[in-house]
Unconditional design. Structure first.
Length: 387
């Protein structure tokens, strides 16, 4: 459920209208307090409603991953908390028989420098003990508030911390330009040893309030096979390893931009890594999509959008060919995730008009509802009928 409580400009550009802000950190600095509050509150009220939970249930899905910001409790002005929205989400989930994974998607100082980390081009969270402690306190309060709710599936203590092995590959400082170069000084990857310590401390803090039947889900830091033997001691119960696997990342790793190469990459690398690691943890593919440059008809350089100046203005393929491409990729990836223990598609919905705004051609492959509507992904009920 991306872009509801944690904004991403490319998923809902209108929220950033008439500003130069590229992320959530700078948005309140470019708007008056009144306009900022009105815009955020209206977005949250209209973007996700009870009807969306009913729709998700209708797709045959069973669990919703909800990204939340570190200012969820409203104690980090000028940002606006969202605990009331989260309370509503749990009530809606209860009505429709759905579970919720709480995903702490942003942390103060940023854990990756991505725009989805809330502060582009800055990655200094792990260097500041006060920020780390604040993060732990947020997790503890979330566990205290929701830990025993029937609707809670689990808690993820931090989304996509960028460890050393991925820092250079993602070229963060170049890809996500910092608006304030002084603020960005000293940015660097999250050390693997730090991340392992953080997970263990977070586990202890969360488990004080969240029973063992609820999942504690750790992200792999974009290094899935580095977690062999971690948290295997008897005290650690129900720990799940989260890995995010995208075709655009495969492109960054040298995969050629054509259907056959994507299929080969999924069948070999995706499946190989999951098979290797499932002897240590249950494995969830916590983010994946159908998005790829081949479908867009232009090299997106690993997912750069029209917001970044990369536009796919021509329909390279017929609608029938698009359906063939995307449905094939959906089938291949869904088969791959069967080697693990489940998946979360990124994302449920976006506010993009890919029909009337041709520069967004191919970007509806991020939108689960649109993928189902166009026959690219069968609903879970359809899959059961097929089986």
């Amino acid at each position: 459920m991306g872009n509801w409580l944690v904004l991403e400009k490319w998923m809902s550009p209108s929220v950033f209208y008439n500003t130069n802000a590229d992320d959530e950190y700078y948005l309140p600095q470019e708007l008056s307090r009144e306009v900022y509050e009105d815009r955020i509150r209206m977005h949250r009220k209209e973007y996700i409603t009870e009807r969306d939970f009913a729709t998700i249930k209708g797709f045959g899905l069973n669990t919703i991953r909800i990204p939340i910001p570190y200012f969820v409790f409203g104690d980090c002005p000028p940002f606006i908390g969202c605990i009331e929205e989260l309370d509503k989400a749990f009530n809606w989930a209860g009505k429709y028989g759905l579970k919720i994974l709480l995903d702490l998607h942003t942390v103060p100082g940023s854990q990756n420098g991505f725009d989805n980390g809330g502060l582009s081009g800055v990655c200094k969270w792990a260097q500041n003990p006060e920020n780390v402690e604040f993060t732990l306190s947020v997790l503890e309060k979330l566990a205290q508030r929701y830990g025993k709710r029937e609707e809670l599936w689990g808690i993820q203590p931090v989304n996509e911390p960028l460890t050393e092995s991925a820092w250079e590959e993602y070229d963060v400082m170049e890809r996500y330009k910092a608006r304030d170069s002084k603020m960005a000084e000293g940015s660097g990857p999250v050390p693997m040893e730090f991340l392992k310590r953080f997970y263990k401390i977070a586990y202890d803090r969360v488990r004080k309030y969240m029973p063992e039947e609820k999942v504690f889900m750790i992200h792999d830091g974009f290094n899935l096979r580095a977690w062999k033997g971690f948290m295997q001691e008897e005290k650690y119960k129900n720990v799940v390893l989260d890995t995010h696997q995208y075709l655009m990342n495969a492109e960054c790793e040298g995969c050629e931009q054509n259907l056959e190469s994507y299929i080969q990459f999924v069948r070999t690398q995706f499946v190989r890594d999951i098979d290797e690691m499932r002897q240590y943890f249950p494995i969830i593919c916590g983010e994946w999509s159908l998005f790829n440059s081949y479908g867009c008809g232009v090299d997106t350089k690993g997912g750069l959008s029209p917001i970044n100046g990369v536009e796919a203005t021509e329909n390279t393929f017929s609608e029938n060919r698009k359906t063939e491409i995307y449905s094939t990729l959906a089938k291949e990836q869904l088969e791959a995730w069967k080697h693990g223990n489940g998946y979360f598609f990124w994302t449920y919905k976006m506010l993009l008009d890919t029909v009337n705004d041709p520069e967004w051609n191919g970007w509806d492959s991020w939108d689960y509802g649109k993928c189902v509507a166009q026959g690219w992904i069968p609903s879970e009920y359809d899959k059961k009928d097929m089986d």
